[in-house]
Write a protein that binds this ligand. Structure first.
Ligand code: HOZ
Length: 425
Protein backbone atom coordinates (compact mmCIF):
# COMPACT_ATOMS: atom_id res chain seq x y z
CA UNK A 1 0.00 0.00 0.00
CA UNK A 2 1.17 3.54 -0.70
CA UNK A 3 1.92 6.07 2.05
CA UNK A 4 -1.06 8.13 0.84
CA UNK A 5 -3.23 5.01 1.14
CA UNK A 6 -1.98 4.30 4.66
CA UNK A 7 -2.58 7.86 5.87
CA UNK A 8 -6.01 7.96 4.24
CA UNK A 9 -6.99 4.69 5.91
CA UNK A 10 -6.22 6.28 9.28
CA UNK A 11 -8.09 9.41 8.22
CA UNK A 12 -11.21 7.36 7.45
CA UNK A 13 -11.35 6.21 11.07
CA UNK A 14 -11.41 9.72 12.54
CA UNK A 15 -12.63 12.15 9.86
CA UNK A 16 -16.01 11.82 8.05
CA UNK A 17 -15.09 10.40 4.64
CA UNK A 18 -11.45 10.83 5.64
CA UNK A 19 -11.56 14.53 4.77
CA UNK A 20 -12.40 18.00 6.01
CA UNK A 21 -14.05 19.01 2.73
CA UNK A 22 -15.93 16.45 0.59
CA UNK A 23 -14.25 17.06 -2.80
CA UNK A 24 -10.89 15.95 -1.40
CA UNK A 25 -12.05 12.34 -1.19
CA UNK A 26 -11.70 11.95 -5.01
CA UNK A 27 -14.96 9.95 -5.02
CA UNK A 28 -16.30 11.39 -8.26
CA UNK A 29 -13.14 10.38 -10.10
CA UNK A 30 -13.07 6.89 -8.58
CA UNK A 31 -9.41 7.26 -7.62
CA UNK A 32 -7.68 6.83 -4.27
CA UNK A 33 -6.99 10.28 -2.89
CA UNK A 34 -3.41 11.46 -2.66
CA UNK A 35 -2.15 12.97 0.56
CA UNK A 36 -0.21 16.19 0.10
CA UNK A 37 3.27 16.40 1.64
CA UNK A 38 4.53 19.70 0.28
CA UNK A 39 4.14 22.24 -2.48
CA UNK A 40 6.77 24.31 -4.23
CA UNK A 41 6.10 26.76 -7.07
CA UNK A 42 3.90 24.98 -9.64
CA UNK A 43 4.47 21.52 -8.13
CA UNK A 44 2.80 19.44 -5.48
CA UNK A 45 4.47 16.38 -3.94
CA UNK A 46 2.43 13.62 -2.32
CA UNK A 47 3.26 11.48 0.70
CA UNK A 48 4.95 8.91 -1.55
CA UNK A 49 7.26 11.48 -3.13
CA UNK A 50 5.36 11.64 -6.46
CA UNK A 51 5.57 15.08 -8.03
CA UNK A 52 2.71 16.65 -9.98
CA UNK A 53 2.38 19.82 -12.04
CA UNK A 54 -0.44 21.34 -10.02
CA UNK A 55 -3.47 22.91 -11.70
CA UNK A 56 -5.66 22.50 -8.60
CA UNK A 57 -3.59 25.11 -6.75
CA UNK A 58 -5.54 24.68 -3.52
CA UNK A 59 -8.78 25.45 -5.46
CA UNK A 60 -7.64 28.96 -6.42
CA UNK A 61 -5.80 30.90 -3.73
CA UNK A 62 -2.24 30.20 -4.91
CA UNK A 63 -1.94 32.66 -7.78
CA UNK A 64 1.78 33.07 -6.98
CA UNK A 65 2.36 29.30 -6.76
CA UNK A 66 3.07 27.21 -3.68
CA UNK A 67 5.18 28.67 -0.89
CA UNK A 68 6.06 31.93 -2.62
CA UNK A 69 9.15 33.23 -0.76
CA UNK A 70 7.67 36.68 -0.14
CA UNK A 71 4.47 35.23 1.32
CA UNK A 72 6.29 32.64 3.42
CA UNK A 73 8.63 35.22 4.91
CA UNK A 74 5.73 37.59 5.67
CA UNK A 75 3.97 34.74 7.47
CA UNK A 76 7.08 33.86 9.49
CA UNK A 77 7.66 37.43 10.46
CA UNK A 78 4.07 37.92 11.59
CA UNK A 79 3.97 34.59 13.44
CA UNK A 80 7.04 35.48 15.45
CA UNK A 81 5.24 38.54 16.79
CA UNK A 82 2.14 36.61 17.84
CA UNK A 83 -0.36 34.19 16.33
CA UNK A 84 -3.51 35.96 17.42
CA UNK A 85 -4.46 38.91 19.60
CA UNK A 86 -8.21 39.30 19.32
CA UNK A 87 -7.45 43.00 18.95
CA UNK A 88 -6.93 45.32 16.01
CA UNK A 89 -3.54 44.77 14.35
CA UNK A 90 -1.73 46.79 11.67
CA UNK A 91 -1.82 44.02 9.05
CA UNK A 92 -5.61 44.04 8.80
CA UNK A 93 -5.67 47.79 8.31
CA UNK A 94 -3.05 47.60 5.57
CA UNK A 95 -4.82 44.72 3.83
CA UNK A 96 -8.13 46.60 4.00
CA UNK A 97 -6.45 49.62 2.41
CA UNK A 98 -5.16 47.43 -0.43
CA UNK A 99 -8.61 45.90 -0.99
CA UNK A 100 -10.33 49.28 -1.01
CA UNK A 101 -7.74 50.68 -3.42
CA UNK A 102 -8.03 47.75 -5.82
CA UNK A 103 -11.70 46.70 -5.90
CA UNK A 104 -13.82 49.34 -7.69
CA UNK A 105 -16.99 48.97 -5.57
CA UNK A 106 -15.24 48.58 -2.19
CA UNK A 107 -15.18 51.56 0.16
CA UNK A 108 -15.10 49.54 3.37
CA UNK A 109 -14.31 45.90 4.02
CA UNK A 110 -14.88 43.39 6.83
CA UNK A 111 -12.56 40.38 7.09
CA UNK A 112 -13.86 36.94 8.07
CA UNK A 113 -12.35 33.46 7.90
CA UNK A 114 -13.79 31.88 4.74
CA UNK A 115 -15.75 32.56 1.59
CA UNK A 116 -18.78 30.87 3.14
CA UNK A 117 -18.69 33.26 6.07
CA UNK A 118 -18.31 36.23 3.74
CA UNK A 119 -21.39 35.20 1.74
CA UNK A 120 -23.46 34.48 4.85
CA UNK A 121 -22.63 37.91 6.27
CA UNK A 122 -23.17 39.78 2.99
CA UNK A 123 -26.61 38.19 2.57
CA UNK A 124 -27.56 39.11 6.12
CA UNK A 125 -26.48 42.67 5.45
CA UNK A 126 -28.45 42.78 2.20
CA UNK A 127 -31.59 41.54 3.94
CA UNK A 128 -31.15 44.10 6.71
CA UNK A 129 -30.48 46.97 4.32
CA UNK A 130 -33.50 46.23 2.12
CA UNK A 131 -35.87 44.90 4.79
CA UNK A 132 -36.67 42.03 2.37
CA UNK A 133 -36.09 38.31 2.65
CA UNK A 134 -35.97 36.75 -0.83
CA UNK A 135 -32.69 35.97 -2.57
CA UNK A 136 -31.86 35.06 -6.15
CA UNK A 137 -29.05 32.72 -7.15
CA UNK A 138 -28.15 30.83 -10.33
CA UNK A 139 -28.11 27.08 -10.86
CA UNK A 140 -24.59 25.69 -10.74
CA UNK A 141 -23.15 28.69 -8.90
CA UNK A 142 -21.64 27.85 -5.54
CA UNK A 143 -21.42 30.39 -2.76
CA UNK A 144 -20.12 28.23 0.08
CA UNK A 145 -22.15 25.97 2.32
CA UNK A 146 -24.49 28.50 3.95
CA UNK A 147 -28.10 27.22 4.03
CA UNK A 148 -29.64 29.97 1.90
CA UNK A 149 -27.37 29.36 -1.07
CA UNK A 150 -26.91 25.60 -0.95
CA UNK A 151 -29.80 25.05 -3.35
CA UNK A 152 -28.96 23.95 -6.92
CA UNK A 153 -25.33 24.53 -6.01
CA UNK A 154 -22.17 23.78 -7.96
CA UNK A 155 -18.80 22.57 -6.67
CA UNK A 156 -19.02 19.52 -4.36
CA UNK A 157 -22.83 19.51 -4.43
CA UNK A 158 -22.72 19.17 -8.23
CA UNK A 159 -19.80 16.75 -8.05
CA UNK A 160 -21.74 14.30 -5.90
CA UNK A 161 -24.98 14.88 -7.83
CA UNK A 162 -26.86 15.96 -4.69
CA UNK A 163 -30.23 17.64 -5.23
CA UNK A 164 -29.66 19.75 -2.10
CA UNK A 165 -28.85 18.70 1.40
CA UNK A 166 -30.81 17.50 4.42
CA UNK A 167 -30.68 19.88 7.36
CA UNK A 168 -31.92 22.90 5.45
CA UNK A 169 -35.57 23.58 6.33
CA UNK A 170 -37.88 23.90 3.35
CA UNK A 171 -38.97 27.29 4.66
CA UNK A 172 -35.37 28.52 4.32
CA UNK A 173 -34.82 27.03 0.85
CA UNK A 174 -38.09 28.59 -0.34
CA UNK A 175 -36.66 32.06 0.24
CA UNK A 176 -34.13 31.52 -2.55
CA UNK A 177 -35.19 31.73 -6.19
CA UNK A 178 -32.95 29.76 -8.57
CA UNK A 179 -32.58 30.84 -12.19
CA UNK A 180 -30.44 29.55 -15.08
CA UNK A 181 -27.05 31.26 -15.45
CA UNK A 182 -26.76 33.60 -18.45
CA UNK A 183 -30.54 33.86 -18.78
CA UNK A 184 -31.26 37.60 -18.78
CA UNK A 185 -34.87 37.00 -19.82
CA UNK A 186 -35.54 34.83 -16.76
CA UNK A 187 -34.09 37.58 -14.55
CA UNK A 188 -36.34 40.22 -16.11
CA UNK A 189 -39.40 37.98 -15.74
CA UNK A 190 -38.74 37.22 -12.08
CA UNK A 191 -38.19 40.88 -11.25
CA UNK A 192 -41.37 41.83 -13.09
CA UNK A 193 -43.32 39.47 -10.81
CA UNK A 194 -41.51 39.55 -7.46
CA UNK A 195 -39.03 42.45 -7.76
CA UNK A 196 -40.25 44.32 -4.67
CA UNK A 197 -39.67 41.27 -2.42
CA UNK A 198 -36.10 40.54 -3.49
CA UNK A 199 -33.31 41.57 -1.13
CA UNK A 200 -30.39 40.54 -3.30
CA UNK A 201 -29.14 38.73 -6.36
CA UNK A 202 -25.92 36.84 -5.74
CA UNK A 203 -23.84 35.69 -8.69
CA UNK A 204 -20.39 34.46 -9.60
CA UNK A 205 -19.57 37.09 -12.26
CA UNK A 206 -17.56 34.34 -13.95
CA UNK A 207 -18.92 31.00 -12.82
CA UNK A 208 -16.19 28.70 -11.56
CA UNK A 209 -18.12 26.03 -9.71
CA UNK A 210 -19.97 24.32 -12.58
CA UNK A 211 -16.63 24.43 -14.33
CA UNK A 212 -15.72 27.81 -15.77
CA UNK A 213 -18.62 29.54 -17.54
CA UNK A 214 -18.14 33.12 -18.74
CA UNK A 215 -21.01 35.58 -18.38
CA UNK A 216 -22.67 36.79 -21.55
CA UNK A 217 -22.52 40.56 -21.86
CA UNK A 218 -26.23 41.15 -21.50
CA UNK A 219 -26.47 38.93 -18.42
CA UNK A 220 -24.42 40.95 -15.92
CA UNK A 221 -25.80 44.21 -17.32
CA UNK A 222 -29.35 42.97 -16.81
CA UNK A 223 -28.57 41.98 -13.23
CA UNK A 224 -27.28 45.47 -12.54
CA UNK A 225 -30.25 47.17 -14.20
CA UNK A 226 -32.99 45.02 -12.67
CA UNK A 227 -31.61 45.12 -9.11
CA UNK A 228 -31.22 48.88 -9.31
CA UNK A 229 -34.70 49.39 -10.76
CA UNK A 230 -36.34 47.32 -8.01
CA UNK A 231 -34.28 48.41 -4.99
CA UNK A 232 -32.53 45.06 -4.57
CA UNK A 233 -28.79 44.65 -4.02
CA UNK A 234 -26.40 43.01 -6.45
CA UNK A 235 -23.74 40.83 -4.82
CA UNK A 236 -20.77 39.64 -6.85
CA UNK A 237 -19.27 36.53 -5.33
CA UNK A 238 -15.64 37.11 -6.28
CA UNK A 239 -14.22 34.46 -3.97
CA UNK A 240 -12.61 32.86 -7.04
CA UNK A 241 -12.32 35.83 -9.42
CA UNK A 242 -11.18 38.48 -6.92
CA UNK A 243 -7.49 39.34 -7.51
CA UNK A 244 -7.45 36.39 -9.95
CA UNK A 245 -8.75 38.02 -13.15
CA UNK A 246 -7.25 41.40 -12.36
CA UNK A 247 -6.42 43.34 -9.21
CA UNK A 248 -9.98 44.72 -9.26
CA UNK A 249 -11.52 41.32 -10.05
CA UNK A 250 -14.29 40.55 -12.52
CA UNK A 251 -16.09 43.82 -11.74
CA UNK A 252 -13.09 45.71 -13.09
CA UNK A 253 -12.79 43.45 -16.15
CA UNK A 254 -16.51 43.76 -17.05
CA UNK A 255 -16.96 47.34 -15.87
CA UNK A 256 -19.96 46.58 -13.65
CA UNK A 257 -20.07 47.62 -10.01
CA UNK A 258 -22.04 45.47 -7.59
CA UNK A 259 -23.36 46.79 -4.27
CA UNK A 260 -21.51 44.16 -2.28
CA UNK A 261 -18.58 41.89 -3.10
CA UNK A 262 -17.53 38.69 -1.37
CA UNK A 263 -13.88 37.70 -1.43
CA UNK A 264 -11.78 34.73 -0.35
CA UNK A 265 -8.97 32.55 -1.71
CA UNK A 266 -6.33 34.92 -3.25
CA UNK A 267 -7.05 37.67 -0.70
CA UNK A 268 -5.68 35.33 1.98
CA UNK A 269 -2.63 34.20 0.00
CA UNK A 270 -3.24 30.57 1.02
CA UNK A 271 -4.38 31.27 4.58
CA UNK A 272 -8.05 31.05 5.71
CA UNK A 273 -9.42 34.50 4.89
CA UNK A 274 -12.74 35.73 3.53
CA UNK A 275 -14.01 39.28 3.22
CA UNK A 276 -17.06 41.27 2.20
CA UNK A 277 -16.91 44.79 0.95
CA UNK A 278 -19.10 47.49 -0.48
CA UNK A 279 -20.29 51.06 -0.45
CA UNK A 280 -19.57 53.01 2.72
CA UNK A 281 -23.19 53.54 3.79
CA UNK A 282 -24.00 49.86 3.35
CA UNK A 283 -20.94 48.63 5.22
CA UNK A 284 -21.65 51.11 8.00
CA UNK A 285 -24.75 49.08 8.85
CA UNK A 286 -22.40 46.44 10.30
CA UNK A 287 -21.85 46.36 14.08
CA UNK A 288 -20.41 48.17 15.95
CA UNK A 289 -21.04 51.08 13.56
CA UNK A 290 -24.52 49.80 12.78
CA UNK A 291 -27.00 47.22 13.97
CA UNK A 292 -26.22 44.19 11.77
CA UNK A 293 -24.25 41.80 13.93
CA UNK A 294 -21.31 39.76 12.70
CA UNK A 295 -18.14 38.83 14.61
CA UNK A 296 -15.20 36.40 14.86
CA UNK A 297 -12.40 35.63 17.33
CA UNK A 298 -9.89 34.96 14.56
CA UNK A 299 -11.18 37.45 11.98
CA UNK A 300 -8.36 39.69 10.76
CA UNK A 301 -5.83 37.22 12.17
CA UNK A 302 -2.38 38.82 11.85
CA UNK A 303 -0.64 35.83 10.25
CA UNK A 304 -3.41 35.34 7.69
CA UNK A 305 -3.55 39.08 6.96
CA UNK A 306 0.23 39.16 6.45
CA UNK A 307 -0.05 36.37 3.85
CA UNK A 308 -2.80 38.24 2.00
CA UNK A 309 -0.91 41.49 2.17
CA UNK A 310 2.30 40.01 0.74
CA UNK A 311 0.28 38.37 -2.05
CA UNK A 312 -1.63 41.51 -3.03
CA UNK A 313 1.52 43.65 -2.95
CA UNK A 314 3.37 41.19 -5.16
CA UNK A 315 0.44 41.24 -7.60
CA UNK A 316 0.29 45.02 -7.55
CA UNK A 317 4.01 45.45 -8.16
CA UNK A 318 4.39 42.76 -10.82
CA UNK A 319 0.99 43.08 -12.52
CA UNK A 320 1.24 39.53 -13.96
CA UNK A 321 -2.31 39.38 -15.33
CA UNK A 322 -1.72 39.82 -19.04
CA UNK A 323 1.14 37.32 -19.07
CA UNK A 324 -0.90 34.84 -17.03
CA UNK A 325 -3.79 35.15 -19.46
CA UNK A 326 -1.59 34.67 -22.53
CA UNK A 327 0.14 31.66 -21.03
CA UNK A 328 -3.17 30.09 -20.07
CA UNK A 329 -4.76 30.75 -23.47
CA UNK A 330 -1.93 29.09 -25.35
CA UNK A 331 -1.74 26.18 -22.89
CA UNK A 332 -5.43 25.34 -23.11
CA UNK A 333 -5.33 25.64 -26.93
CA UNK A 334 -2.55 23.07 -27.08
CA UNK A 335 -4.36 20.81 -24.66
CA UNK A 336 -7.48 21.06 -26.81
CA UNK A 337 -5.45 20.20 -29.94
CA UNK A 338 -4.19 17.03 -28.26
CA UNK A 339 -7.76 15.96 -27.50
CA UNK A 340 -8.88 16.78 -31.05
CA UNK A 341 -6.01 14.78 -32.56
CA UNK A 342 -7.23 11.81 -30.54
CA UNK A 343 -10.81 12.40 -31.78
CA UNK A 344 -12.20 13.19 -28.31
CA UNK A 345 -15.27 15.47 -28.36
CA UNK A 346 -14.78 18.36 -25.98
CA UNK A 347 -15.11 22.07 -25.49
CA UNK A 348 -13.40 24.44 -23.11
CA UNK A 349 -14.14 27.72 -21.38
CA UNK A 350 -11.37 30.04 -20.24
CA UNK A 351 -11.37 33.44 -18.57
CA UNK A 352 -7.99 34.86 -17.58
CA UNK A 353 -5.97 32.15 -15.83
CA UNK A 354 -8.92 29.87 -15.00
CA UNK A 355 -10.44 27.31 -17.34
CA UNK A 356 -12.31 24.00 -17.62
CA UNK A 357 -12.36 21.31 -20.29
CA UNK A 358 -15.79 19.69 -20.76
CA UNK A 359 -16.27 16.40 -22.60
CA UNK A 360 -19.30 17.46 -24.60
CA UNK A 361 -19.80 18.74 -28.11
CA UNK A 362 -22.06 21.62 -27.15
CA UNK A 363 -21.00 25.04 -25.90
CA UNK A 364 -21.28 25.34 -22.12
CA UNK A 365 -23.13 28.51 -21.09
CA UNK A 366 -25.03 27.22 -18.04
CA UNK A 367 -25.34 24.33 -15.62
CA UNK A 368 -27.57 22.21 -17.91
CA UNK A 369 -24.88 22.40 -20.59
CA UNK A 370 -22.12 21.55 -18.09
CA UNK A 371 -24.04 18.46 -17.05
CA UNK A 372 -23.88 17.06 -20.60
CA UNK A 373 -20.17 16.45 -20.07
CA UNK A 374 -19.15 12.79 -20.06
CA UNK A 375 -18.32 12.32 -16.37
CA UNK A 376 -17.10 8.77 -16.90
CA UNK A 377 -14.53 10.04 -19.40
CA UNK A 378 -13.59 12.90 -17.09
CA UNK A 379 -12.89 10.39 -14.30
CA UNK A 380 -10.63 8.34 -16.59
CA UNK A 381 -8.92 11.52 -17.81
CA UNK A 382 -8.27 12.59 -14.21
CA UNK A 383 -6.78 9.20 -13.29
CA UNK A 384 -4.56 9.08 -16.38
CA UNK A 385 -3.32 12.62 -15.73
CA UNK A 386 -2.47 11.80 -12.13
CA UNK A 387 -0.51 8.74 -13.23
CA UNK A 388 1.40 10.98 -15.62
CA UNK A 389 2.32 13.69 -13.15
CA UNK A 390 -0.48 16.22 -13.65
CA UNK A 391 -2.93 17.18 -10.90
CA UNK A 392 -6.24 18.81 -11.83
CA UNK A 393 -9.38 19.33 -9.68
CA UNK A 394 -10.94 15.92 -8.94
CA UNK A 395 -14.27 17.08 -10.36
CA UNK A 396 -15.68 18.15 -13.70
CA UNK A 397 -17.45 21.05 -12.03
CA UNK A 398 -14.43 23.08 -10.96
CA UNK A 399 -11.83 25.40 -12.46
CA UNK A 400 -8.21 24.61 -13.29
CA UNK A 401 -5.81 27.38 -12.28
CA UNK A 402 -2.46 28.60 -13.52
CA UNK A 403 -0.11 30.55 -11.28
CA UNK A 404 2.79 32.88 -11.99
CA UNK A 405 5.06 29.91 -11.18
CA UNK A 406 3.78 27.93 -14.19
CA UNK A 407 6.46 28.97 -16.68
CA UNK A 408 6.98 27.75 -20.26
CA UNK A 409 9.12 24.81 -19.18
CA UNK A 410 6.60 23.62 -16.60
CA UNK A 411 3.73 23.93 -19.06
CA UNK A 412 5.73 21.98 -21.62
CA UNK A 413 6.28 19.25 -19.01
CA UNK A 414 2.54 19.27 -18.23
CA UNK A 415 1.62 18.97 -21.92
CA UNK A 416 3.90 15.95 -22.28
CA UNK A 417 2.14 14.31 -19.31
CA UNK A 418 -1.24 15.21 -20.77
CA UNK A 419 -0.27 13.74 -24.16
CA UNK A 420 0.74 10.46 -22.53
CA UNK A 421 -2.46 10.45 -20.48
CA UNK A 422 -4.66 11.03 -23.53
CA UNK A 423 -2.85 8.18 -25.27
CA UNK A 424 -3.94 5.90 -22.41
CA UNK A 425 -7.64 6.82 -22.52
N1 HOZ B 1 -14.28 26.15 -2.61
C1 HOZ B 1 -14.01 25.27 -3.74
C2 HOZ B 1 -15.08 25.51 -4.74
N2 HOZ B 1 -14.61 25.72 -6.00
C3 HOZ B 1 -14.00 23.87 -3.39
C4 HOZ B 1 -13.17 23.55 -2.23
C5 HOZ B 1 -13.87 22.68 -1.29
O1 HOZ B 1 -15.10 22.58 -1.33
O2 HOZ B 1 -13.15 22.07 -0.52
Amino acid sequence: MTQSGRIFERALRVLPGGVNSPVRAFKAVKTSPIVAKRGFGPYLEDADGNRYVDFLMSWGPLILGHSHPRVVSAVKEAAEKGLSFGLTNPYEVELAEEVVAAVPSAQKVRFVNSGTEAVMSALRLARAATGRKYLVKFAGCYHGHYDAVLVSAGSGVATFGLPGTPGIPEEVARLTFVLPYNDAEAVRNLFAQRGEEIAAVIVEPVAGNMGVVPPEEEFLKTLREETKKHGALLIFDEVITGFRLSLGGAQEVFGIEPDLTTLGKVVGGGMPVGAYAGRRELMERIAPEGDVYQAGTLSGNPVAMAAGLATLRELKEKNPYRELEEKTASFVRELSNLLTERGIAHTYNRVGSMFTVFFTDRPVRNYDDAQTSDLELFARFFGALLKNGVLIPPSQFEAWFLSTAHDEKVLEEALEGIKRAIGEL
